[in-house]
Design a protein around this ligand. Sequence first.
Ligand code: UD1
Length: 432
Amino acid sequence: MPHHRTETIGGVAEPVIRIDHNGPLTGEIRVPGAKNSVLKLMAATVLADGEFLLSNVPAIVDVEIMSQLLRSLGSIVEPVDSDSLLIRHEGDMSTEVPSELAGQLRASINLLGPLVARFGRIQIALPGGDDFGLRPIDMHISGLEAMGATCHFAGGVLTVHASRLKGANIRFSFPSVGATENLVMAAIFADGETTIDGAAREPEVVDLCRFLVAMGAHIEGIGESTLRITGVPRGALNSASHRVVPDRIQAATYVASVAVAGGEIDMIDAQRGDMEMFLRRCTEMGLEFTELVGTGLRVASSGRLTAVDVQTLPYPGVATDYKPLVIAMLSVANGSAVVTENLYPGRFKYVDELIALGANITMHEHHAEITGLPRLSGTEVTAHDIRAGAALVVAGLAADGVTTISGVGHIDRGYDDLVGRLRGIGAGIRRD
Ligand code: UD1
C-alpha cells in the first residue's frame, strides 16, 4: 500500500481523494442540481424584493461563495434543508461587490446584469473561476453599452452606470453563456424591446429564463438562438420559487465512471434531452442508455470502449465541460481518437496529470490525440480545476493500483459529494 497522504498547508490538513479498487459499479445515484444554473438563479433574485425558495440546490462550495456575495450586498440567504435555499431581499442593496469574493467565482459576473438593471450601477472586480485561459467579458460590456450603460474599467475593477437601460438589438458573433444571461437580465426593465441574436441555448440558460418568466419577465424564444425581451416596469417583478435543473455535467461524470469501471447504474433525475450529443458519442463508444421514464437514465457498460473523435461546441454540441471526462474515457478505449477544443484553447492543463497516470496523449495545438491502453496506472496527481478534478477521479477508476488526488478544493467547488456518490455505487474511493 502506498503511503497515506494528507498534505499540510499552514497547519491545516488538505484533503486528498484516494481510489484503490474499482468496478463494476452498480446501484442508483441521484443527480444534484446544476452549479451553472443555481449560481445564476441566485444572482437573478436581486431583481426583485421578497422571498425566493430555490430547491434542488447542490451542496457545493460555489453556492456558499455566492451566498456570501449576496449577503455582502444586503440579502438574507438561509438554507432551509439539505437542498433548499431561501433568499430574501427588502429594498435597497449595495452595488459594490467585494473584490475578494468576486475573485473566487466566475459567476460573480452574473451580478452585472441584474444589479445594473435594478439599481442602475455596479462596481465589481474581474471574476475568478477556473483558470483555463483568457476569459474576457467584452461581449457583456458591449451589450450593456448598446443598451445605454457607461462602462469604465480601472485597476481590475469594472464600474457601470445607467439611469435606465433602453432596449437594443444585440448580435453575438459567438453564443456566450455568461453574456447571454447577463444581457437577458439587463433587459428585463429596459425601455422597449431587446433582441439577442446568436444567444446561447444551454439548458442552464433556459432554466434562468424560465425563472425570470416566473418572476414576471417577458422573454420570448427561450431555448432558441434569438431571444426577445420586452422591458417591464421595475415594480412588475415578484419573487418566485424554482427547482434547479439537474446537472448534466455531474451526470456525465457518472456516465464516464461506468464507462471505465464497467457496470450499470440508474441516474435519478438525469435529463437525457439536455445531454443528447454527449450521449450520442458515448453510444458510439459502446455504452448503452435506457430512459427511465419520468425518473432518469440508466447507463450500462458492455465491455471496453471504442475510440471515437469528439469536438466541443456550444449547445447543443458536446460541451467543453465534458471534455476532460471524454479524454479520461478515451485513455482506456480501444484505438486512437482526436478531441478538439473549440471554446477554450488553453483548456488542456490536466492532460499532464493523465499522462502521469500512464495515458498516451499527444497535444497538437487545440487537438488532443489519445491512444487508448487497457488500463492506466495509479500515482499521485493534482486537480487544477473542477472538471479536470472529476476527470482524474474517472482516470483513477480506470487505473490499477492506488491513485491519490490533491487539489480536492477544486472538485468541491462544483461536485456535491462525488466521493460519497461513487462509494454508494461500489467504487473503492475515499477522502482522507
Ligand atoms: C460558462 C460555464 C463554463 C462553461 C462555459 C461554456 C458558468 C459559471 N460557467 O462559462 O463552465 O465551460 O459556459 O459552456 O456557467 N468570450 C469572449 N468574450 C465574452 C464572453 C466570452 O470572448 O465577453 C469567450 C470566452 O473566452 C470563451 C467562450 O467565449 O472562449 C465561451 O465563454 P462563455 O460561453 O461566456 O462561458 P462562461 O459563461 O464564462
